[in-house]
Ligand binder design. Structure first.
Ligand SMILES: Nc1ncnc2c1ncn2[C@@H]1O[C@H](COP(=O)(O)OP(=O)(O)O)[C@@H](O)[C@H]1O
Ligand SMILES: [Mg+2]
Length: 404
């Protein structure tokens, strides 16, 4: 029996841990939170802050580990790479892990490789603001160099905006760095690319729709297939693959995020080296019949990846509608009662739906990934029909709130 180590064992990892056990693997999991949902599922659980590689290695010192992985946690990617390197297990390499989790390192590498991207500048202090603004221009996006889930991401329209938000952006960066980027208007697309033996293969490309206003970076609807077609679609897939190659990911799952700009360019927002969160693995399963968790487990164990595990088995149009506050289907306020999902799940075309809402929590206007409090996935003859169904089904969930 092979043993895999999961770095991080939260809500996203839990399903993957269950899947690993179905595949007859022994699971060791580490998380700093003793109540992390995935720890209870693991065969062997260790409570340890995984940001500390030495502590992780110590916690697993007496165990025989055959592979190491994470699911959906960007902060775990460099740790997985370091543990793999230390134990001589298959991994993406510490350098590649850094380039695929640190936005400044990523942008520098993509620039060298000639991958189209927004103008950018790195900054650590307010005194660098003027230089950064001169290089980038306005409007711009300010974000931490190494965080995720839209934490510390701001659209800025003036030097004062940069001054107002720089502290918060830097505060959520473990390396204390921020990046300023040209704001690119357009249609955002999410890709899933699987690299095998240095060959990246684009598996899915979907539109990632975002709400207006402060939550401009939150993916609140995914639509598959993407609406781009013809030359634009080909170019987007080519850029997704070029990005993965440029960043040096030879064997792994990559999550490139692109924007098809109003002016005709397709630019790279970022590219992660992991299974994305936010139901993207469900999108891939329902849309093309591929199980990303199984792929990641095989990559971690250094096992062969036959074509049938990584090539689309079918192409099923679908849409994911996240449950968020207005203009999403949820009201804002303190939750008093959450109705049943039965009606939602019974709606034509719905293949999966869930909510994380809890009585007593406060629903706020959408700003972060974490403001998505559930989702509905629907399929259809076309992506448009799937979207209409997901929207209609999402509106059937009754959530009662009282003013906060
Ligand atoms: N340069 C940009 N122009 C326009 N929108 C952007 C830009 N950078 C980021 N965004 C928006 O913000 C979101 C989050 O940014 P991203 O760099 O992916 O950070 P995170 O690590 O939080 O996911 C993106 O998915 C996109 O919607
Ligand atoms: Mg992102």
């Amino acid at each position: 029996m092979k043993t895999v180590l999961f770095v991080g064992a939260g809500r996203h990892q839990r399903r993957a841990i269950q899947r690993a056990k179905e595949l007859k693997l022994r699971v060791v999991a580490v998380d700093r939170n003793p109540d992390a949902l995935g720890l209870a599922e693991a065969d062997i659980a260790r409570v340890v802050d995984y940001a500390d590689v030495a502590a992780v290695l110590k916690a697993i010192a007496r165990l025989r580990i055959d592979g190491v992985l994470t699911v959906s946690a960007d902060s775990a990617v460099p740790i997985v790479a370091a543990v793999a390197a230390e134990l001589g297990l298959p991994g993406i390499g510490v350098e590649t892990a850094h380039r695929m989790t640190h936005k400044v390192a990523m942008r520098r590498r993509l620039a060298e490789a000639g991958v189209p991207q927004p103008r950018f500048a790195a900054l650590r202090t307010l005194s660098e603001r003027r230089r950064a603004l001169d290089e980038v221009g306005l409007p711009a996006v300010l974000k931490p160099a190494d965080s995720g889930g839209q934490r510390g991401v701001f659209r800025v329209d003036s030097g004062e905006d940069v001054a107002a938000h720089l502290h918060e952006a830097i505060a959520v960066s473990p390396t204390g760095e921020a990046i300023l980027e040209e704001f690119v208007e357009g249609t955002e697309m999410n890709g899933i690319v699987i690299a095998r033996g240095g060959e990246p293969f684009p598996l899915t490309l979907s539109d990632r729709l975002r709400p207006p206003g402060i939550g401009f970076g939150v993916g609140w609807i995914h639509v598959y297939p993407a609406t781009a077609y013809g030359h634009r679609l080909e170019e987007s897939e080519r850029i997704a693959a070029h990005t993965v190659r440029a960043l040096g990911l030879e064997n792994g799952i990559a999550f490139p995020q692109l924007i098809a700009a109003a002016d005709g360019r397709v630019v790279v927002v970022e590219c992660a080296a992991r299974i994305p969160g936010g139901q993207m693995a469900d999108l891939v399963r329902h849309a093309v019949g591929i199980d990303l968790v199984e792929v990641q487990l095989r990559l971690a164990l250094g096992q062969e990846l036959p074509d049938e595990l990584v090539r689309p088995r079918f192409e099923q149009p679908l849409a994911i509608r996240f449950l968020t506050a207005a203009p999403g289907p949820l009201p804002t306020g303190r939750v008093v009662r959450v109705g049943s999902l039965e009606k939602v799940r019974a709606f034509p075309g719905v293949v999966q739906a869930d909510t994380y809402l809890q009585v007593g929590e406060v629903i706020r206007p959408v700003r972060l990934d974490g403001d998505r409090r559930g989702y509905v996935i629907a399929v259809g003859e076309t992506n448009l029909e799937a979207l209409e169904r997901a929207e209609a089904a999402a509106s059937l969930l009754d959530v009662e709130v009282e003013p906060e």
